[in-house]
Design a protein around this ligand. Structure first.
Ligand code: F6R
Length: 610
């Protein structure tokens, strides 16, 4: 979603601001803009479309030692010039970039209209910048604080005032924001990727905080003026991790990174000799952790791909640890008054750790007295801070909008939690040992599937002009069917549905004809025979069968039209292997169609609005 960035120092910052915006392109945006102060004058350049177009428009025309910049993902108003950021106050002195949503903008607008303010855009941001002007009486810090006291909603903001050009103001409530520390220069940014080329030293801001930034120092306060001592932290990833490193797209790079990322998610967490697992993020909080071990009921809340991994978590935890689990879309959980009784534990799953719906569900669960655990990828993200305890994925930055490596790492972490819970309850050493041993072999097995990518590419060429796909799976692989369908529709814009294989005959079977590719996830597991029956049902109606099947399965070669073989693994870990060909199939189909795989239309990497 939107990205914000600011610089104050002694260097020309135009290049840095443009490059920094490019680093957050992956988050999704539809317009971009920049304000530069050259020591005398301010210039704003903004427009709908890609950053490269903004860069062309700027050419060599801008130079300056202070500036703020923005990528916007439209919420209030279409992605036109007037709605793009930075926004400027009526008197032309105050400039604002803003992520988030001002919920009470209508009443604030009325108040300002009575004071003769005029508005030129449809945005809530323009109202805020004029509210800051309304309160301005010689000190921009105070004006921002007074204005924010009137605001309901979420924001990460950066402010420049031409009457006080030596200072930038940043403030945060619900939208991520950090300060980058340089030498005689400082930055603010919504994403560490924007500043990493300049500095790896950052201070993460929390909700209700404001930072007063000059070239030589940064003062942190609460919005009600209490001075804060904040720790400087190191960004947890390397520059190479946010570059394509020779791959055509980040998504492809991330698919191929999975042998390593799966390993990173397990590293130091497997106790082979004890046939179990240990997650520091849980065991270091014994009192909170014991609530998970003794949970009477677990809710898993998440959105999109993370919701799919949550569904696999449900299958795992119920089958192996025998604790009842309910998986909820975070957006539904919040509004449907879920029943939370003593002993209820909520696990929130999120790659970004910033998803607004998931955050809202966490707040609601806490308000009702539940203990909340987080499974997040982004270190220091809001969800990781809002939860009582949790586990990081350690999958490294995920830039491709379509989530791939985060999904497999989420499933790994849920498997690790399941084994830990089950071994405390009813799982024998023998069974625990067998599963953790197989876990250790997964990276190699994934590597083997990836070696087969050319075959999947060929298949993608055959089917890139299909207009519908059906994905079917059962048991642990039913959520993989949902995930395969989601991947395909997100990046190739082909309509795809995922179903439990047996459910097909209750409706979707009507869609099947000789033009319908049906992807079956048919790994050799306890319900393999049932899946084969479902395959025959599709075959009998002339559907085209693409099967993801186990290496040793020769029977499937006789029924399916196309077969992709994968190594054999125990039921619970099967999704980590079966999803890989589906990720590749979606990728190669979208690439074949020439689409911008890393930035699919209308999608944002981190959905920070409800
Ligand atoms: C799909 C995808 C989205 C996200 C969803 C939740 O490829 O990326 O469906 O999974 O928006 O995001 P996180 O996991 O960041 O909470």
């Amino acid at each position: 979603m939107c990205g914000i960035l600011g610089y104050i120092g002694n260097r020309d910052c135009v290049r840095f601001l443009i490059d920094g915006l490019k680093r957050v392109e992956y988050r999704g945006y539809d317009s971009a803009g920049i304000l530069i102060y050259d020591g005398k004058n301010t210039s704003v350049v903004k427009q709908p479309g890609k950053i490269i177009e903004l860069e062309k428009l700027i050419g060599d025309s801008l130079k300056g030692n202070a500036g703020i910049a923005h990528t916007r993902w439209a919420t209030h108003g279409e992605p036109g010039h007037a709605n793009s950021h930075p926004h400027v106050s009526n008197n032309g002195n105050i400039f604002l970039v803003h992520n988030g949503i001002i919920e009470n903008y209508t009443s604030l607008k009325k108040k300002l209209e009575k004071e003769s303010f005029t508005f030129y855009s449809d945005t809530d941001t323009e109202i805020l910048v004029n509210l800051i002007q309304f309160y301005y009486a010689g000190c921009i810090e105070n004006a921002v604080k007074r204005a924010l006291a009137d605001v309901e909603g979420t924001y990460g903001i950066g402010v420049f005032c031409s009457e006080e050009p030596g200072v930038l103001i940043a403030a945060r409530m619900g939208s991520p924001l950090l300060i980058g520390i340089g030498e005689n220069e400082n930055y603010f940014a919504s994403d560490p990727a924007s500043v990493l080329k300049q500095t790896d030293e950052v201070v993460y801001m929390q909700d209700g905080e404001i930072a007063v930034i000059t070239d030589s120092k940064v003062v942190h306060k609460t919005l009600d003026d209490v001075l804060l001592e904040k720790d400087v932290e190191k960004i947890s990833f390397e520059l190479s991790e946010i570059e394509k490193s020779g791959y055509d797209h980040f998504m492809l790079k991330e698919i191929f990174e999975q042998p390593r990322t799966i390993n990173d998610s397990m590293r130091g967490r497997i106790l082979l000799d004890e046939g179990t697992t240990k997650l520091g993020g849980l065991s270091e909080h014994p009192e909170i952790y014991s609530r998970l071990l003794n949970a009477k009921k677990i809710f898993i809340v998440a959105c999109g791909t993370s919701w799919h991994s949550g569904l696999i978590g449900e299958y795992m935890i119920e089958e192996y640890a025998r604790i009842p689990v309910e998986v909820e879309y975070a957006s539904e959980f919040r509004y449907r008054d879920p029943i939370i009784t003593p002993g209820t534990v909520v696990i929130a799953v999120s790659q970004s750790g910033e998803t607004a719906d998931t955050l809202a569900a966490i707040k609601e669960a806490k308000r009702k007295g539940a203990t909340v655990f987080g499974i997040c990828n982004v270190v220091g993200s809001t969800i990781s801070k809002e939860t009582d305890a949790g586990v990081y994925l350690h999958a490294g930055p995920e830039i491709g909008v379509a989530s791939t490596k985060a999904f497999t790492s989420q499933v790994i972490v849920l498997a690790l939690i399941t084994i830990d819970l089950a071994r405390h309850r009813n799982m024998s050493f023998r069974e625990g040992y067998k599963i953790v041993k197989e876990l250790k072999n997964l990276p190699e097995m994934v590597e083997k599937i990836l070696e087969n990518s050319e075959k999947i590419k060929e298949l993608a060429k055959k089917f890139s002009s299909a207009s519908n796909f059906l994905y079917l799976g059962r048991g642990f692989n039913f959520p993989v069917a949902l995930e395969g369908a989601l991947k395909l529709k997100e990046i190739s814009y082909i309509h795809a549905e995922g179903y439990p294989a047996a459910e097909m005959k209750h409706g979707p079977i009507a869609l099947i004809d000789e033009n319908m590719p049906v992807v079956f996830i048919a790994a050799k597991d306890s319900i393999y025979d049932k899946v084969v029956t479902n395959i025959r049902e599709v075959k009998a109606r002339n559907g085209i069968i693409i099967a993801i099947a186990s290496e040793s399965d020769s029977e499937i070669d006789l029924i399916a039209d196309y077969v992709i073989k994968i190594p054999e693994v125990t039921n619970l870990l099967s999704p980590i292997l079966t999803v890989i060909p589906l990720q590749l199939l979606a990728y190669y189909i979208a690439a074949e169609k020439g689409y911008d795989v890393d930035m699919p239309r209308n999608l944002a990497k981190s959905v920070t609005v409800e």
